[in-house]
Design a binder for this molecule. Structure first.
Ligand code: BGC
Length: 481
């Protein structure tokens, strides 16, 4: 089956714009390192710069930690409450309940509506799983300790306090911005008389880093090098890594001295790399990226995330398809835009899960994709249309994975983690794209080897899934001193 030449040439043009060359990768890595250094400096007041947020976590787990701790995790789409038993031998037992976040709460009128819901869910979990402890009245010291994973940019002021800088992903509750997230949750727990004390606030990437560092070595040979990065490629994307305290110029000098007197050398930094290159100096930009930024909840911010994370991949494809329709190249049985299937006209309706089916469809005439598109968008397609939809899907996902290699390479080079005899590096990752999107990790690795990390360096980097990382990691955070 060959595609009409005019359509194919237009699609080739789009694919070309989506292609990330070695030159873009190298420029991107250099610029990432520069942005990271600027972000660590207190002189950089650019709100669009790379945030590089100190997390006040100054120790990395060894795997010997023990205890039973609670964790709650507000991510992109779910709120999870869990109880984690750390066995002290790199293993843990986790009991958890997952609650989908009601869509209206994501843009509620007030922060109280969201935090009351979160406190109630924690209360229900405690009653079910820790009923004995919950029924006794508790002094502050005896309350159950909870680590709170909050997967949004927070200006952290200590291990258990921090104010929301801005919402990302689908969230938008204006009166929450600038408020202390721990206080908000604690006040609602107290109002509902739930005997839980929020002992640590952690980004999901920090949780992923700590949880992977704890688990590495559970199976003999499973730990190859120290864990350098915890990263998420899911609804959003971000990464955290331990940085030398001396390099974090924005920490007050007396605080740095105090840490050093306690023998501390590193602090985990939440890079918020979703906001890498908000000024678009190196990132490839198509007109579809511009359109999507405009309709997003945070225009002008998280420009890297809008090209890389799961929330946006389907939306990019949807915009391209509508554009090709408008140019008279596909779906011409529909007389006008208004006649197109409703779901094809609805933002955020096409999920990256559908793209993952299309990506590896090798069925006759792409019948599996036909079905997936019918189910997801009620969109009938011809074989020719499916051929170009698959070509576009592959190009969108490849751009995402290739760009995903930039912060990894940046951090590997900046920290010199691969320098030294036979050094190896462990990276913990979590999120739907790295877990489920076919070939995402492999493509990211291909791009990593094209950067200055090189083939040899890429072989020494071990990217492992940190399953349930953010929950376990938040629990581990409550033990950080
Ligand atoms: C948030 C980060 C988070 C990431 C992955 C981004 O949108 O800004 O804080 O770590 O999503 O969940």
């Amino acid at each position: 089956m060959s595609v009409n030449a005019k359509l194919q040439s237009r699609v080739d043009g789009i694919i070309n714009e989506l292609t990330v060359s070695q030159e873009i990768l190298n420029k991107g890595v250099d610029f990432f390192i520069k942005s990271a250094e600027k972000g660590l400096d207190n002189k950089d007041n650019d709100p669009y710069g790379l945030p590089m947020i100190p997390t006040y976590v100054t120790s990395i787990p060894t795997g010997k930690e023990r205890g039973v701790l609670l964790a709650a995790d507000l991510g992109g789409t779910n709120f999870r409450v869990c109880s984690v038993s750390l066995n002290g031998d790199h293993t843990f037992i986790i009991k958890q309940e997952k609650n989908p976040i009601p869509v209206d709460l994501m843009s509620a009128n007030s922060a109280d509506e969201l935090f009351e819901y979160l406190a109630k869910k924690i209360g229900q979990f405690v009653n079910t799983h820790h009923g004995d402890q919950a029924s006794e009245s508790k002094s502050d010291d005896n309350k159950l300790k909870l680590g709170f994973t909050f997967s949004f940019p927070v200006d952290q002021t200590s291990l258990d306090s921090g104010t929301l800088i801005r919402w990302t992903k689908g969230f938008n509750i204006e009166d929450c911005v600038g408020k202390d997230i721990v206080q908000l949750l604690q006040s609602h727990l107290d109002l509902l008389k739930i005997p839980v004390s929020v002992a640590a606030l952690a980004n999901d990437t920090v949780g992923t880093l700590l949880s992977r560092a704890y688990s590495a070595g559970a199976v003999a040979g499973d730990k190859q090098g120290d864990t350098l990065v915890g990263a998420i490629f899911g609804t959003g994307t971000n990464g955290a890594y331990p940085e030398l305290i001396d390099n974090i110029k924005k920490l007050p000098k007396n605080y740095v001295d105090e840490l050093k007197s306690k023998g501390k050398t590193h602090m985990v930094i939440n890079t918020e790399w979703g906001s890498f290159d908000n000024h678009l100096e190196v990132l490839p930009t198509t007109k579809y990226d511009v359109e999507i930024d405009k309709i997003s909840a945070n225009p002008g911010y998280h420009m890297f995330e809008k090209r890389v994370s799961g929330m946006f991949l389907g939306e990019i494809l949807r915009h391209i398809l509508v554009d090709l329709y408008r140019e008279g190249l596909i779906l011409q049985q529909y007389r006008s835009y208004e006649n197109l299937p409703h779901r094809l006209r609805t933002p955020w309706e096409l999920s990256s899960e559908i793209l993952s089916y299309i990506e590896i469809d090798d069925s006759t005439a792409l019948k599996a994709s036909e079905l997936a598109l019918l189910n997801a968008l009620r969109l009938p397609t011809t074989h020719e249309e499916r051929i170009i939809i698959q070509q576009l899907t592959i190009a969108i996902a490849k751009r995402a994975a290739y760009l995903g290699a930039i912060p990894f390479a940046g951090l590997l080079l900046k920290t010199k983690a691969l320098e030294g005899h036979n050094k190896e590096v462990d990276i913990g990752v979590d999120g739907s794209l790295v877990e489920f999107y076919p070939g995402f990790r492999a493509m990211l690795r291909d791009a990593l080897s094209m950067t200055k990390v090189g083939n040899q360096g890429e072989r020494r980097v071990h990217i492992n899934i940190a399953k349930d990382g953010s929950g376990v990691g938040a629990a581990l955070c409550t033990l950080s001193d």
